[in-house]
Ligand binder design. Sequence first.
Ligand code: HEC
Length: 202
Amino acid sequence: MPIVLATIVGCASATTTAEGPPPSSTTSTVPAGTSSTAAPTTTTTVVDEDVVAQPADFKNLKDMSKVRGMFVDNLLGHLPEAIAVAENPEGGIFPVGTVIQLVPQEAMIKRKAGFSPAFGDWEFFELVTSADGTVISKRGGAEVVNRFGGKSCAACHVKADIKFDFICEKTHGCDPLPVPDAVFIALQDGDNRPRVKAGVPS
Ligand code: HEC
């Protein structure tokens, strides 16, 4: 289970000051463009949710939700909202607790506002995966560097059009990775971590 940090506060503190992220992220974990039916069942009292992911929180990609070429999860129960943002052609701000992966070895997790305001409050991870599960080898904000080029994750992802909340994909304005899609697919297919449901082949 993730270590969930949630501060229950009154409505008065629902206006957190946001430094870096786009305007639509200021007061709510409900991404712009999603209908209110997707709002968290906790109403508006939990405004300070956060999650410090542990190795066991990372799933086999096959147990995450695939949206185009990427894999989406949410550790705080906001998966429908996270998928809605990922599927929205206009983008949006992902809810806290969202996990995004392209390959088993790298992940981004949305932390609470203020974690890393200049970089969308994303925590970047480098992971080592095997049939035993996941080991977190690096985690943090702008200082985390990727294995393909020695460049920081944030330095590339910050180039994504701000409406896409630091998600690059192919068309959001990031410098492309010097890696053909076949390599991503091979890495995805090679994810041999245990499945959520025991007995399902990896
Ligand atoms: C050289 C620039 C660059 C660096 C450095 C980089 N990325 Fe990316 N990242 C990209 C691009 C471009 C894509 C989209 C790839 C695609 O879909 O073809 C991407 C895709 C992703 C995705 C899938 C969601 C998305 O944005 O499309 C995740 C998650 C991700 N990277 C995490 C990381 C992490 C974690 C690091 C550091 C350990 C990192 N990246 C370093 C450019 C970079």
